[in-house]
Design a protein around this ligand. Structure first.
Ligand SMILES: NC(=O)c1ccc[n+]([C@@H]2O[C@H](COP(=O)([O-])OP(=O)(O)OC[C@H]3O[C@@H](n4cnc5c(N)ncnc54)[C@H](OP(=O)(O)O)[C@@H]3O)[C@@H](O)[C@H]2O)c1
Length: 383
């Protein structure tokens, strides 16, 4: 009898971005194991059209009001991301949108009981409690995608309990981003081009700038808090320039598990799609003899004030993390557009947090209201 090979039906949100394109690379390598049920992009219609003509999904979503030509012999349903993810045919949703964009669709997918591979970390930063509660109530599953969180997840596979009682610490690694060695006195003058030159990872523009400020690592600590259920005092960050060791878990017997490999997002992305199986991947092998050494250093808070700022917002909870994420999204956009300086990103976010009147245990409406106020402030604050 022929081997039964189940096909997973996927939706990819943010299909035209870095996470989306790499997810489609993996799907392309395993045409007999994956089917694309839906693709969602933002404004890059030429690339989305190309992807739709190749993968022939039944559902398509994009941000523009524009006609869409799926190519000869193929018809598609144009719908919202929320409609697409809730379709009964869908098994797993890859959320590769950026910033606030993925929140409604993530909640819709979880409400429909889907597995949600969540790359779009800002969703957990702004509304982690609501996202987790939605998953719990409707039987949806959150699947880690970020390399650090995938590493922690991989370290926890096989350990008893969830939450895992035997854990002392989660240790996230940080490359240090584009400016880890630059004199901080030069930070006010750095250009978007310089900030976009990440030393180890090729990623979208916002996360690359967030990596240069280390705001990204602050987001990741908040993300780890919600994904794995540990307090902020149990989550630490160390600088690790080589980006080979992706994160570690320390157990209460003193034993530490780490997950290592060359920095290639296709590895954690593929694990999110194939868990609990491991399939061959095109990622390069790790040559330890060529690497020579792996280094670990403390993070310099003077150089990277966005990290302690984000941790403070995370610990304070309530609507603070939503303000953090919203103000950062706007400030990074303004920096990339040449409107404000690199150092204004921190100043903008810090001031938005200072001005905020927090709400503890907020509902979604209160989170969205805090988000909107922070965006208004961040988009008009004078440089
Ligand atoms: N890239 C990585 O290696 C990596 C690693 C770990 C985590 N992440 C996280 O994954 C997320 C995506 O990152 P990325 O690097 O892939 O970003 P990216 O390259 O900028 O891609 C973002 C995607 O989201 C779409 N998009 C933007 N705004 C949208 C909106 N309002 N509605 C619908 N779609 C929208 C974009 O569409 P258009 O381009 O068509 O406008 C694009 O497809 C981020 O949260 C990031 O922190 C990324």
């Amino acid at each position: 009898m022929a081997d039964f090979r189940p096909v997973k039906r996927l939706v990819v949100l943010g299909a035209t971005g870095s996470i989306g394109c790499q997810t489609l690379d993996i799907i392309r390598s395993y045409p007999d194991r994956f089917e694309v049920a839906g693709l969602a992009g933002g404004r890059n219609l030429p690339l989305l059209t190309k992807q739709v003509r190749e993968f022939r999904p039944a559902m398509v979503s994009f941000e523009e009001e524009a006609p869409f030509d799926p190519g000869p012999g193929h018809t598609v349903t144009l719908c919202s991301m929320e409609e697409m993810v809730a379709d009964p045919s869908v098994d797993l949703v890859m959320v590769g949108t950026v910033g606030k964009a993925g929140l409604p669709a993530t909640l819709a997918a979880l409400r429909a009981g889907k597995a949600v591979a969540l790359a779009n970390k800002e969703v957990l930063v702004m509304a982690g409690a609501i996202v987790q509660e939605t998953a719990r109530r409707y039987g949806g599953t959150l699947v880690p995608v970020d390399s650090e969180h995938s590493a922690i997840w991989q370290c926890l596979v096989g350990e008893p309990g969830n939450p895992w009682p035997a854990i002392r610490r989660l240790i996230l690694t940080a490359s240090g981003g584009a400016f880890r060695d630059m004199d901080p006195d030069l930070f006010p003058t750095v250009t978007p081009e310089q900030a976009l030159r990440h030393p180890t990872w090729q990623m979208g523009r916002k996360i690359t700038v967030d990596s240069a400020t280390l705001m990204n690592k602050g987001f990741e600590v908040i993300e780890a808090h919600w994904l794995f259920g540990y307090g902020f005092e149990q989550i630490e960050v160390v600088q690790h320039r080589e980006s080979i060791l992706h994160s570690m878990v320390e157990f209460r017997d003193g034993s530490i598990k780490a997950q290592l490999g060359v920095p290639d997002m296709r590895v954690p992305l593929q694990y999110a799609l194939t868990y609990p199986e491991r399939w061959p991947s095109p990622a390069a092998a790790t040559d330890f003899l060529k690497l020579g050494s792996l280094t670990f250093e403390p993070v310099d808070a003077r150089r990277f004030p966005c990290l302690p700022l984000a941790l403070q917002a995370g610990r304070s909870g309530g609507t603070y993390p939503a303000v953090l994420s919203a103000a950062d999204e706007v400030a990074v956009g303004r920096f990339l557009d040449g409107e404000i300086r690199f150092t204004d990103i921190y100043d903008t976010v810090a001031e938005a947090l200072d001005r905020h009147s927090p709400i503890t245990m907020p509902g979604l409406d209160e989170i969205l209201a805090a988000d909107a106020t922070a965006r208004r402030f961040a988009s008009t604050r004078a440089a």
